[in-house]
Design a protein around this ligand. Structure first.
Ligand SMILES: Cc1cc2nc3c(=O)[nH]c(=O)nc-3n(C[C@H](O)[C@H](O)[C@H](O)COP(=O)(O)OP(=O)(O)OC[C@H]3O[C@@H](n4cnc5c(N)ncnc54)[C@H](O)[C@@H]3O)c2cc1C
Length: 314
């Protein structure tokens, strides 16, 4: 069985959920091997083992995380000889790694992938999600960047073999050094891209103050809060919570859109959500083409009632 390498995305001692999704996918394609770069593997070894890699390559040298993406590319390049494919998260960093790695391996890269068949045909989402394309790398070891939340998690606990890896970094890989890392303050709510429920507000919310209504429902459901670009551009909610083509991609079990029209660029970031509920006072709003459950009404009446009803039933 071909070895499928999965680059584990982690920060501040926490493994990103997308890494477990990639391990789940890798197991369906061949023998999954996780690649951990940087210190701290021991603290999360059990969590990674839950998702069934046969092997974990650990490149623990802290120097590897002192520079931007190039060292990660060199580690993967060293391991990729003979691998069936390399999977990375389709995040900003992941896509940069994927592109550079494919050049080094003289192979092909596919990005924004939302699924891969066992014969390595990738389904990827293009033009803001309005077109699904199938593509296959036909030269060398495929490098595939998979979107967070595109793959349903499936645990398969195991005891992977651990192999320590050392890499002599080239001078080129040391070209850009990270001088400081600032950890963004995290609130009580789950991370937007990892949450199983997201409640988002749009221009219909009408102002920063009114986002309390959205937050109220989100907190009752234990959900993350999202926003349309209209709302973030207006300064009503921080940009880091923007959902869509130029924001975050989410794929929760439940997505609630309140006062959002459903523009294609917004849909690109949430249309793979399992259940979509919209509240909009315009029955013709395009978001209703997408929903499992739609409420035509004023969000300031509907959302507080919904929050109250859920609170009562808890
Ligand atoms: C290159 C590019 C990239 C973009 N990227 C993104 C992106 O990442 N994410 C994104 O969201 N957008 C993005 N956009 C913008 C996108 O095209 C839309 O302009 C934006 O999504 C609209 O946001 P909205 O739905 O909140 O506002 P609107 O389209 O103005 O819709 C507001 C909705 O609220 C409803 N409403 C008003 N009052 C109420 C009320 N009281 N109760 C209930 N409903 C009410 C209205 O009926 C309306 O449907 C991008 C655009 C471009 C060109």
């Amino acid at each position: 069985m071909a070895e499928i390498l999965v680059l584990i995305d982690h920060a501040e001692g926490e493994v990103k959920k997308v890494s477990f999704e990639l391990l789940t996918l890798a197991r369906s394609l061949g023998e999954a091997s996780a690649v951990w770069i940087g210190p701290g593997y021991e603290a999360v070894a059990d969590k990674i083992a839950e998702y069934g890699p046969a092997k974990v390559y650990v490149a623990a040298d802290s120097e590897l995380t002192e520079y931007v993406v190039a060292p990660k590319v060199e580690v993967l390049q060293q391991l990729a000889a003979g691998a069936g494919a390399v999977l990375v998260a389709a995040t900003g960093e992941g896509k940069e790694i994927a592109g550079r790695l494919a050049v080094r391996l003289d192979s092909g890269v596919l990005t924004d992938v939302v699924g891969v068949t066992p014969d390595l045909v990738a389904e990827h989402s293009v033009f803001g999600g309005s077109v699904i394309a199938h593509a296959k790398v036909v030269k060398g070891t495929p490098v595939i960047a998979v979107r967070p939340n595109a793959i349903a998690l499936e645990a398969a606990p195991g005891s992977p073999a651990v192999e320590q890896v050392s890499v002599a970094l080239s001078d080129a890989a040391k070209g850009a050094k990270i001088t400081e890392r600032v950890v963004q303050e995290k609130g009580e709510r789950p991370d937007l891209t990892e949450a199983s429920i997201v409640v988002s507000g749009g221009r219909g919310v009408g102002g920063a103050e009114n986002f309390k209504v959205i937050e109220g429902l989100a907190d009752t459901l234990g959900a993350a809060v999202g926003a349309s670009r209209a709302a973030t551009d207006a300064g009503w909610y921080p940009h880091q919570f923007q959902v869509g083509q130029t924001g975050k991609t989410v794929s929760p079990q439940l997505y609630v859109a309140a006062g959002i029209s459903g523009a294609i660029q917004h849909r690109a970031g949430m249309q793979t959500s399992k259940t979509i509920v919209a509240v909009n006072k315009d029955p013709e709003a395009p978001i209703f083409e997408l929903v499992d459950f739609g409420v035509v009404g004023d969000l300031f009446q509907v959302v507080p009632q919904l929050t109250e009803e859920i609170t009562k039933r808890k």
